[in-house]
Design a protein around this ligand. Structure first.
Ligand SMILES: [Zn+2]
Length: 565
């Protein structure tokens, strides 16, 4: 019944470097024996997120988030527990036996892994085509755009031939099943049911995730086909609103440079790289999304929007600035001369003008504010009112109290509307991102007590006999912990020794239970807390049996007020 054997979980945990895994998402600095960085789970300015290589765990002293490498990937990498184990197992060369239980889920995981391989295969195929005769037209285009061979190979640029099913035929020949090609978004079916390549006659830009794996493509037509740029469709692996182009290459560079540049297009990213600016990325759509902003925040460096200074660029910068402000990203707007994107500027005069624009960048709030002000004008009362009302909605999204107060004061000065009036216009309560999540059913103290019971049980299985009498698994109020407790009882009844890994193995396909189990990091006084919790339960039980509970009497009176008056 176990989905992933205990030994595999243990082997993976022991052979994977948690510092390495976490640094794919968080910039870490060594601090003594440990590593520190800005917590990816809550908003902070000084690092309280710590990774402990010796115990192979992480802990944030700000928000309390913590656990092992699996817990980190589940939370940060949006992975299921099984996926995290499989993923790390492959990386660490730990052999994985195939699971028979729940074929649907196992199939999905396998499909994901196969789709990743197919995308990697396709990227290789497109790059090879670009180098051949069939890629001549695309090579000419890229050369005209000023790209060197080094840049093209660093970004693995390729060309999808215009033949209709060139990739499909080659992939089938190499034994890649059709369902995998569909899952990877590489193949489509037409109305008559025949299959053909998703991308035809287009320059191919592979899109990588933060770990450098190809998860999709951006494709530019060389002809008049619409749209000019076509992205992989959202699917098993690819989510357009979540990803950014070039971010995998930008991570280390951004840490070194202490800044991250956001540009608008793939070719802008590539030109920046070619000019020696590697700390650069671009969104995949027309606008920067909330998910993009959240990811950028975790880089922990200021973000500069390096946009074309034409009207479309100004508008895009306005929207992006508002999104960054709302997601508490520090940053500024660096505008280029109208009609010039970063690629044009670099081709004409190198990276100098980009650096200069960044140097003279306008902070996000000032930029956003001045846009409204210039749109409505301060010359009339009506214009002032419109601008103020529009901006009150934006300033209300700034969660950092200091930044909020400064922005509010600036707004009052510019529009002439008193701060107190602006303040009363801000209706939405300002809360930090991620605040207010939690289950209302049980108090945190109660859930912590349930955790202590399980911790103590893991330390000394003999305790469980009493737990089953006083607080059987079905009574656990936290859903995840309830699963853990039930699995505990199962193993215990069968006479097996109950360990963390054993429970993980049994519960592998129940992510909620895995998460609950991961939150059970050992606590020194678990036994003490568990004992007093059980003692209180026993006392309550005794009172209930005696039928003289004060609470019961009060409740009876409330239910039948007429009877007591
Ligand atoms: Zn935190």
């Amino acid at each position: 019944m176990a989905r992933i054997p205990e030994e595999v979980i243990r082997a993976v945990q022991e052979s994977v470097d948690i510092v390495d895994v976490v640094s794919r998402y968080v910039t870490l600095k060594r601090s003594g024996r440990n590593f520190q960085g800005l917590c990816p789970f809550h908003e902070e300015k000084t690092p309280s997120f710590t990774v402990f290589p010796e115990s192979r765990r992480f802990k944030c002293f700000g928000c309390g988030e913590g656990g092992d490498v699996f817990a980190f990937l589940m939370k940060r990498g949006n992975m299921r527990f099984i996926e995290a184990v499989e993923d790390l197992a492959r990386e660490a060369n730990v052999p994985l036996p195939r699971a028979e239980a729940d074929p649907g889920e196992a199939e999905r995981v396998r499909l994901r892994i196969d789709a990743l391989r197919a995308l990697e295969f396709a990227a290789g195929f497109f790059a090879a085509v670009l180098a051949r005769d069939a890629g001549k037209r695309a090579r000419d285009y890229l050369e005209r755009r000023g790209f060197t061979a080094g840049t093209l190979s660093a970004f693995r640029v390729g060309f999808a031939p215009d033949e209709g099913d060139a990739l499909l035929r080659y992939a089938r020949q190499k034994g890649i099943p059709l369902d995998v090609l569909f899952a990877a978004g590489l193949v489509r079916r037409n109305d008559r049911g025949s299959c053909f390549d998703m991308f035809r006659g287009r320059v191919m830009f592979p899109i990588h995730d933060l770990r450098g794996r190809v998860i999709g493509f951006g494709a530019r037509t060389l002809g008049d086909d619409q749209p000019k740029y076509l992205n992989s469709a959202d699917g098993l692996l690819f989510h357009k609103s979540r990803e950014m182009y070039g971010l995998n290459l930008a991570r280390e560079a951004a840490r070194v440079a202490g800044r991250l540049l956001v540009v608008e297009g793939y070719t802008d990213v590539m030109h920046c790289h070619q000019a020696g600016l590697a700390e650069v990325a671009a969104g995949l759509g027309t606008a920067l999304t909330r998910e993009n902003a959240q990811q950028l925040r975790r880089f922990g460096v200021p973000v500069f929007l390096v946009f074309d200074g034409d009207e479309a660029g100004l508008k895009a910068a306005e929207r992006a600035a508002e999104t960054l402000l709302a997601e508490q990203v520090e940053g500024a707007v660096a505008l280029l001369p109208p009609g010039q994107d970063p690629a044009d500027v670099i081709v004409a005069s190198g990276k100098g003008p980009i650096d200069a624009a960044v140097e003279h960048a306008t902070d996000l709030w000032t930029y956003r504010m001045e846009r409204s002000i210039s749109r409505h004008g301060m010359g009339t009362l009506e214009g002032r009112e419109k601008a103020a009302k529009e901006l009150v909605g934006v300033v209300g999204k700034i969660a950092d109290p200091v930044r909020f107060e400064l922005a509010l004061r600036l707004l009052a000065e510019r529009t002439g509307v008193p701060e107190s009036t602006l303040r009363s216009e801000i209706k939405a309560p300002r809360t930090a991102p991620g605040a207010g999540v939690g289950r209302p059913e049980a108090s945190p103290a109660w859930i912590e007590a349930e955790r202590h019971v399980l911790r103590a049980g893991l330390e000394d299985t003999a305790l469980w006999d009493r737990v089953e009498v006083l607080y059987p698994p079905a009574r656990f109020r936290d859903e995840g912990l309830r699963f853990v407790a039930a699995a505990f009882s199962d193993l215990h009844r069968r006479g097996e020794s109950v360990t963390r890994e054993g429970l993980l193995s049994v519960l592998a396909d129940k992510d909620e239970a895995v998460r609950a189990l991961q939150a059970l990091e050992p606590a020194a006084d678990a036994r003490h807390h568990a004992e007093s919790f059980l003692a209180r339960l026993a006392e309550k039980e005794r009172l209930r049996e005696a039928g003289t509970s004060v609470e019961a009497v009060v409740r009876a009176r409330k239910d039948f007020p007429a009877a007591t008056s």
